[in-house]
Design a protein around this ligand. Structure first.
Ligand code: CU
Length: 305
Protein backbone atom coordinates (compact mmCIF):
# COMPACT_ATOMS: atom_id res chain seq x y z
CA UNK A 1 0.00 0.00 0.00
CA UNK A 2 2.94 2.33 0.74
CA UNK A 3 5.40 0.62 -1.54
CA UNK A 4 5.85 -2.56 0.45
CA UNK A 5 8.04 -4.92 -1.54
CA UNK A 6 7.21 -8.31 -0.05
CA UNK A 7 4.29 -10.71 0.20
CA UNK A 8 3.85 -9.75 3.88
CA UNK A 9 3.61 -6.01 3.29
CA UNK A 10 -0.10 -5.79 2.44
CA UNK A 11 -1.25 -7.44 5.69
CA UNK A 12 1.08 -5.34 7.83
CA UNK A 13 -0.10 -2.16 6.13
CA UNK A 14 -3.76 -3.13 6.53
CA UNK A 15 -3.35 -3.68 10.27
CA UNK A 16 -1.38 -0.44 10.59
CA UNK A 17 -3.87 1.66 8.65
CA UNK A 18 -6.86 0.22 10.49
CA UNK A 19 -5.32 0.85 13.95
CA UNK A 20 -4.06 4.28 12.93
CA UNK A 21 -7.41 5.23 11.36
CA UNK A 22 -9.44 4.15 14.40
CA UNK A 23 -7.06 5.97 16.75
CA UNK A 24 -7.25 9.09 14.61
CA UNK A 25 -11.05 9.13 14.51
CA UNK A 26 -11.23 8.45 18.26
CA UNK A 27 -8.84 11.21 19.27
CA UNK A 28 -10.69 13.75 17.14
CA UNK A 29 -14.12 12.47 18.29
CA UNK A 30 -13.27 12.31 22.00
CA UNK A 31 -11.60 15.72 22.02
CA UNK A 32 -14.56 17.28 20.17
CA UNK A 33 -17.04 15.64 22.57
CA UNK A 34 -15.00 16.87 25.56
CA UNK A 35 -14.99 20.45 24.32
CA UNK A 36 -18.70 20.24 23.54
CA UNK A 37 -19.59 19.03 27.08
CA UNK A 38 -17.44 21.75 28.67
CA UNK A 39 -19.36 24.40 26.74
CA UNK A 40 -22.81 22.83 26.93
CA UNK A 41 -22.81 21.96 30.65
CA UNK A 42 -21.03 25.03 31.82
CA UNK A 43 -22.73 26.31 35.01
CA UNK A 44 -22.07 29.48 36.87
CA UNK A 45 -21.10 29.47 40.56
CA UNK A 46 -23.60 28.67 43.30
CA UNK A 47 -25.50 25.80 41.61
CA UNK A 48 -24.97 22.46 43.42
CA UNK A 49 -23.50 19.66 41.22
CA UNK A 50 -25.78 16.79 40.29
CA UNK A 51 -24.89 13.21 41.18
CA UNK A 52 -25.29 10.37 38.67
CA UNK A 53 -25.35 6.70 39.61
CA UNK A 54 -25.23 4.87 36.28
CA UNK A 55 -26.59 4.82 32.76
CA UNK A 56 -27.14 1.37 31.23
CA UNK A 57 -27.30 2.52 27.63
CA UNK A 58 -24.05 4.52 27.84
CA UNK A 59 -22.25 1.68 29.62
CA UNK A 60 -23.30 -0.94 27.08
CA UNK A 61 -22.31 1.33 24.18
CA UNK A 62 -18.85 2.12 25.55
CA UNK A 63 -18.20 -1.52 26.31
CA UNK A 64 -19.51 -3.19 23.16
CA UNK A 65 -18.14 -0.80 20.52
CA UNK A 66 -14.52 -0.75 21.78
CA UNK A 67 -14.63 -4.56 22.20
CA UNK A 68 -15.63 -4.96 18.57
CA UNK A 69 -12.96 -2.47 17.44
CA UNK A 70 -10.24 -4.24 19.46
CA UNK A 71 -11.30 -7.63 18.09
CA UNK A 72 -11.09 -6.32 14.52
CA UNK A 73 -7.59 -4.98 15.30
CA UNK A 74 -6.69 -8.40 16.66
CA UNK A 75 -8.06 -10.08 13.54
CA UNK A 76 -5.94 -7.96 11.20
CA UNK A 77 -2.85 -8.48 13.36
CA UNK A 78 -3.39 -12.22 13.74
CA UNK A 79 -3.97 -12.78 10.04
CA UNK A 80 -0.66 -11.12 9.13
CA UNK A 81 1.21 -12.72 12.01
CA UNK A 82 0.05 -16.22 11.09
CA UNK A 83 1.43 -15.84 7.58
CA UNK A 84 4.71 -14.49 8.98
CA UNK A 85 5.20 -17.51 11.22
CA UNK A 86 4.36 -20.16 8.59
CA UNK A 87 7.35 -20.81 6.33
CA UNK A 88 6.61 -22.43 2.96
CA UNK A 89 8.35 -25.78 2.48
CA UNK A 90 10.24 -24.64 -0.60
CA UNK A 91 11.84 -21.62 1.08
CA UNK A 92 15.57 -21.18 0.47
CA UNK A 93 17.65 -20.50 3.57
CA UNK A 94 20.28 -17.87 4.31
CA UNK A 95 21.98 -17.42 7.67
CA UNK A 96 22.29 -13.83 8.85
CA UNK A 97 25.31 -13.38 11.12
CA UNK A 98 25.21 -10.19 13.12
CA UNK A 99 27.92 -8.64 15.23
CA UNK A 100 28.94 -5.21 16.45
CA UNK A 101 28.50 -3.50 13.97
CA UNK A 102 27.87 -5.32 10.77
CA UNK A 103 25.96 -8.11 9.01
CA UNK A 104 27.25 -11.14 7.11
CA UNK A 105 25.03 -13.30 4.92
CA UNK A 106 26.01 -16.94 4.85
CA UNK A 107 24.66 -18.83 1.82
CA UNK A 108 26.22 -22.11 2.93
CA UNK A 109 29.19 -23.90 1.43
CA UNK A 110 31.55 -21.21 2.72
CA UNK A 111 29.89 -18.50 0.62
CA UNK A 112 29.60 -15.41 2.76
CA UNK A 113 28.45 -12.07 1.39
CA UNK A 114 28.20 -8.54 2.77
CA UNK A 115 25.12 -7.96 0.62
CA UNK A 116 21.87 -9.88 0.86
CA UNK A 117 21.05 -10.87 -2.71
CA UNK A 118 17.72 -12.60 -3.29
CA UNK A 119 15.76 -13.93 -6.24
CA UNK A 120 12.42 -12.27 -6.83
CA UNK A 121 9.19 -14.13 -5.99
CA UNK A 122 10.90 -16.88 -4.09
CA UNK A 123 10.26 -17.51 -0.39
CA UNK A 124 13.40 -17.10 1.71
CA UNK A 125 13.94 -18.02 5.34
CA UNK A 126 16.58 -16.02 7.16
CA UNK A 127 18.14 -17.72 10.18
CA UNK A 128 19.24 -15.02 12.59
CA UNK A 129 22.45 -15.50 14.53
CA UNK A 130 24.22 -13.05 16.83
CA UNK A 131 27.89 -13.36 17.71
CA UNK A 132 27.76 -10.89 20.56
CA UNK A 133 24.83 -8.84 21.82
CA UNK A 134 21.15 -8.37 20.95
CA UNK A 135 20.51 -6.90 17.51
CA UNK A 136 17.33 -6.57 15.50
CA UNK A 137 17.16 -7.37 11.82
CA UNK A 138 14.93 -4.86 10.07
CA UNK A 139 14.02 -4.42 6.38
CA UNK A 140 11.33 -1.71 6.36
CA UNK A 141 10.41 -2.22 2.70
CA UNK A 142 9.61 -5.89 3.34
CA UNK A 143 7.83 -5.11 6.65
CA UNK A 144 9.98 -7.61 8.53
CA UNK A 145 11.74 -7.02 11.84
CA UNK A 146 12.95 -9.68 14.21
CA UNK A 147 15.27 -9.71 17.23
CA UNK A 148 18.65 -11.37 16.85
CA UNK A 149 19.52 -12.83 20.23
CA UNK A 150 22.76 -14.68 21.06
CA UNK A 151 22.07 -18.32 21.85
CA UNK A 152 18.52 -18.26 20.50
CA UNK A 153 17.52 -19.57 17.08
CA UNK A 154 15.32 -16.82 15.76
CA UNK A 155 14.23 -16.53 12.15
CA UNK A 156 11.95 -14.74 9.74
CA UNK A 157 10.75 -15.33 6.21
CA UNK A 158 9.31 -13.39 3.33
CA UNK A 159 9.06 -13.36 -0.42
CA UNK A 160 10.43 -10.29 -2.18
CA UNK A 161 7.94 -9.15 -4.79
CA UNK A 162 9.80 -6.22 -6.31
CA UNK A 163 13.21 -5.86 -7.88
CA UNK A 164 15.56 -3.24 -6.49
CA UNK A 165 17.81 -2.37 -3.59
CA UNK A 166 16.41 -2.07 -0.09
CA UNK A 167 17.91 -0.87 3.17
CA UNK A 168 18.65 -3.18 6.07
CA UNK A 169 18.91 -1.66 9.54
CA UNK A 170 19.68 -2.81 13.05
CA UNK A 171 16.68 -1.80 15.15
CA UNK A 172 18.04 -2.65 18.60
CA UNK A 173 20.55 -0.30 20.21
CA UNK A 174 23.69 -2.44 20.30
CA UNK A 175 26.49 -0.02 21.11
CA UNK A 176 28.39 2.93 19.75
CA UNK A 177 28.10 2.32 16.02
CA UNK A 178 24.60 0.85 16.14
CA UNK A 179 23.32 3.48 13.72
CA UNK A 180 26.02 2.50 11.22
CA UNK A 181 25.02 -1.17 11.24
CA UNK A 182 23.65 -1.05 7.72
CA UNK A 183 23.43 -3.41 4.78
CA UNK A 184 21.43 -3.73 1.59
CA UNK A 185 19.09 -6.34 0.22
CA UNK A 186 19.18 -6.60 -3.57
CA UNK A 187 16.33 -8.39 -5.28
CA UNK A 188 17.11 -9.70 -8.76
CA UNK A 189 15.77 -12.11 -11.39
CA UNK A 190 16.32 -15.79 -10.73
CA UNK A 191 19.00 -16.18 -13.42
CA UNK A 192 20.94 -13.18 -12.14
CA UNK A 193 20.80 -14.61 -8.64
CA UNK A 194 22.22 -17.95 -9.74
CA UNK A 195 25.00 -16.16 -11.59
CA UNK A 196 25.76 -13.97 -8.58
CA UNK A 197 25.86 -16.90 -6.15
CA UNK A 198 28.31 -18.74 -8.41
CA UNK A 199 30.56 -15.68 -8.40
CA UNK A 200 30.73 -15.44 -4.60
CA UNK A 201 34.11 -16.74 -3.52
CA UNK A 202 33.90 -19.50 -0.98
CA UNK A 203 36.07 -19.07 2.10
CA UNK A 204 36.60 -22.82 1.86
CA UNK A 205 38.63 -22.31 -1.32
CA UNK A 206 41.18 -19.98 0.20
CA UNK A 207 42.95 -21.37 3.21
CA UNK A 208 42.33 -18.63 5.73
CA UNK A 209 45.34 -17.82 7.87
CA UNK A 210 44.85 -18.61 11.52
CA UNK A 211 45.30 -15.00 12.52
CA UNK A 212 42.31 -13.98 10.44
CA UNK A 213 40.09 -16.49 12.19
CA UNK A 214 41.29 -15.24 15.59
CA UNK A 215 40.67 -11.63 14.56
CA UNK A 216 37.18 -12.56 13.39
CA UNK A 217 36.39 -14.56 16.52
CA UNK A 218 37.26 -11.53 18.64
CA UNK A 219 35.15 -9.19 16.49
CA UNK A 220 38.20 -7.10 15.49
CA UNK A 221 36.73 -6.65 12.01
CA UNK A 222 33.64 -4.98 13.41
CA UNK A 223 35.75 -1.89 14.14
CA UNK A 224 38.68 -2.28 11.73
CA UNK A 225 37.78 -2.62 8.07
CA UNK A 226 39.73 -4.60 5.51
CA UNK A 227 38.91 -2.27 2.62
CA UNK A 228 40.33 1.02 3.87
CA UNK A 229 37.02 2.46 5.10
CA UNK A 230 37.06 4.28 8.42
CA UNK A 231 35.14 2.58 11.21
CA UNK A 232 35.69 2.94 14.96
CA UNK A 233 39.39 2.22 14.53
CA UNK A 234 41.91 2.50 11.68
CA UNK A 235 41.44 0.14 8.74
CA UNK A 236 43.68 -2.92 8.65
CA UNK A 237 44.25 -2.36 4.96
CA UNK A 238 47.86 -1.41 4.36
CA UNK A 239 48.27 -0.72 8.06
CA UNK A 240 51.40 -2.76 8.64
CA UNK A 241 54.52 -0.76 7.85
CA UNK A 242 52.62 2.50 7.38
CA UNK A 243 53.55 5.70 9.22
CA UNK A 244 50.95 7.16 11.57
CA UNK A 245 50.63 10.16 13.82
CA UNK A 246 49.50 8.92 17.21
CA UNK A 247 48.51 10.72 20.37
CA UNK A 248 50.66 9.66 23.29
CA UNK A 249 50.17 11.39 26.66
CA UNK A 250 48.38 14.22 24.83
CA UNK A 251 51.27 14.79 22.38
CA UNK A 252 51.43 13.96 18.69
CA UNK A 253 54.12 11.44 17.86
CA UNK A 254 54.96 9.84 14.52
CA UNK A 255 55.40 6.08 14.60
CA UNK A 256 55.77 3.25 12.15
CA UNK A 257 53.27 0.44 12.49
CA UNK A 258 55.38 -2.60 13.36
CA UNK A 259 55.02 -5.70 15.51
CA UNK A 260 55.58 -3.79 18.74
CA UNK A 261 53.07 -1.09 17.92
CA UNK A 262 50.39 -3.62 16.92
CA UNK A 263 50.95 -5.76 20.01
CA UNK A 264 50.78 -2.72 22.27
CA UNK A 265 47.63 -1.59 20.51
CA UNK A 266 45.95 -4.91 21.29
CA UNK A 267 47.03 -5.11 24.94
CA UNK A 268 47.01 -1.39 25.78
CA UNK A 269 44.87 0.20 23.05
CA UNK A 270 44.68 3.67 24.57
CA UNK A 271 48.43 4.25 24.94
CA UNK A 272 49.01 5.39 21.34
CA UNK A 273 45.74 6.18 19.57
CA UNK A 274 46.03 7.10 15.89
CA UNK A 275 45.19 10.77 15.35
CA UNK A 276 41.60 11.28 14.25
CA UNK A 277 40.26 8.32 16.24
CA UNK A 278 38.69 8.39 19.67
CA UNK A 279 40.41 7.17 22.77
CA UNK A 280 38.67 4.76 25.12
CA UNK A 281 36.56 2.91 22.56
CA UNK A 282 38.65 -0.25 22.50
CA UNK A 283 39.08 -2.53 25.47
CA UNK A 284 42.38 -4.14 26.34
CA UNK A 285 42.66 -7.68 25.00
CA UNK A 286 45.44 -8.48 27.41
CA UNK A 287 44.49 -11.83 28.97
CA UNK A 288 41.56 -12.16 26.55
CA UNK A 289 43.66 -13.18 23.56
CA UNK A 290 46.75 -15.22 24.39
CA UNK A 291 50.21 -13.88 23.47
CA UNK A 292 50.54 -16.69 20.96
CA UNK A 293 47.28 -15.70 19.27
CA UNK A 294 48.27 -12.02 19.28
CA UNK A 295 51.41 -13.02 17.33
CA UNK A 296 49.20 -14.80 14.82
CA UNK A 297 46.99 -11.72 14.44
CA UNK A 298 50.08 -9.59 13.79
CA UNK A 299 51.28 -12.15 11.21
CA UNK A 300 47.90 -11.88 9.55
CA UNK A 301 47.92 -8.04 9.57
CA UNK A 302 51.23 -8.10 7.74
CA UNK A 303 49.38 -9.70 4.82
CA UNK A 304 46.41 -7.30 4.65
CA UNK A 305 47.12 -4.91 1.84
CU1 CU B 1 22.99 -4.08 16.13
Amino acid sequence: MFGGASNLAADVDKAFIFIFGVSFILIIGITAFMIWTVVKFNRKKGIPAQQFTHNNTAEIIWTVIPTIIVLVMFWYGWKGFKTMRTVPDDAMEVTVISYMWSWDFDYGDGKISKELVLPINKPVKLNLVSQDVNHSFFIPAFRVKEDVVPGYDNWLWFEATEKGTFDIFCAEYCGLLHSGMLATARVVEDAEYTQWLASVESVKDKPSPEGEAIAKANSCLGCHSLDGSKLVGPSFKGLYGSKKIVIEDGKEVEIEVDDTYLKTSITDPNAQVVKGFNKGLMQSYSGVISDEDIDKIVDYLRTVN
